[in-house]
Design a binder for this molecule. Sequence first.
Ligand code: AMP
Ligand code: GLY
Length: 424
Amino acid sequence: MKVLIVGGGGREHAIAEAVSRSASVDKLYCAPGNAGIEKLAECVPITPMEFDKIVAFAKEKEIDLTIVGMDDPLVGGLVDELEKAGLRAFGPRKNAAILEGSKAFSKDLMKKYGIPTAAYETFDSAAKALEYLETAKFPIVLKADGLALGKGVLICQNLEEAKDGVKEIMEDKKFGSAGNHLVIEEFMTGREVSVLSYCDGSHIKLMTSAQDHKRAGDGDTGLNTGGMGTFSPSPFYTAEIDSKCKETIFQKTVDAMKAEGREFKGIIYFGLMLTQDGPKVLEYNARFGDPEAQVILPRQKTDIIDVMNACIDGTLDKIELEFEDNAAVCVVLASDGYPVSYEKGKLIKGLDKFDEADGYYCFHAGTKKTDDGIVTNGGRVLGVTAKGKTLKEAREQAYKATEWIQFDNKYMRHDIGKAIDDAE
Ligand code: AMP
Ligand code: GLY
């Protein structure tokens, strides 16, 4: 069959790698792809929000399955457009992708169906938000309602910070129209774990757990980023927590979406906080995480196309979803200065040293092919990933592999997976 992947980051490279292992795929396209994906797929210069062009391309090439990897096109309704044209697509429709697209929607859903999450209030005017803050407990969390590249969350230590935050989000519109509504939420403490799942509207199958490192600097300092590295599985996600989440969160979310007439087919990413009162939902995403996909998919044994087809057909209960009994660590190599400002166009050396057969992967995020070779073309440049028998071994191998890569301005965190030591 012919498959098209929409997107061009490290996550889409990891999806492309998994798809290329599928027995049923003869031809793979990616729009727009990147310099790494190009080794696995024919890349076409169409960007993910050019819905008309994507639909036209999929029709012309008789694509059997289009996989939408990114939040913006999902929330914007690309899957609906493809389906209207009689094409098959993997990912939630617009009315279900709202689970990620609106924090106010997801919070209200959790409240209505009794899914554990932080207490909150929603505001549509800055004046009302400011009035509420006068008597609130600190720290407190402000969240822009809509998509904000994972950056629309502010943790405020005191009233002054919170007032500035309301101004940034609702008045200065730092995150654009995402700031038309504001969610103000109770601050929770605990360990964070991500659990991703495949859903077919009724059934849910969980993937192996993972943990991201969102801050730019070592020791969780500095600005929030898209993610500086991940490990999988999380030793903090114990069997006891897993059974609690199964009871209170996972199937309940799928059932809630169905009851709302918003059947969710695709990936639900549960961002969880393991609090003293039990696991609670921090956020939902409607897609693979980036860079969570880079440590989850290389460990997935079950053919990804079979799983995606089952999600679309509503037959996920017939699928046995299996992961390797090992571990993986991904260290993001970024351009120094990310997430604020950074230079691009630096020549990258050492890319040929990676051999997937040995458990080493170099997923491209912001890269570009030029006549001189592959150069940096973004903040997050590469996701250097290694598998190991244990998390410790995977971490050692991933950091060893980061040394194979050279480019000017190379920046990374040195403590990805350090939390693993606390678990022992
Ligand atoms: P989100 O985009 O909702 O995942 O938020 C980004 C990050 O902000 C999360 O990964 C948490 O580290 C933090 N965060 C979000 N909501 C809360 C909360 N209610 N309490 C504490 N930290 C939070
Ligand atoms: N790594 C976090 C996300 O993809 O949302």
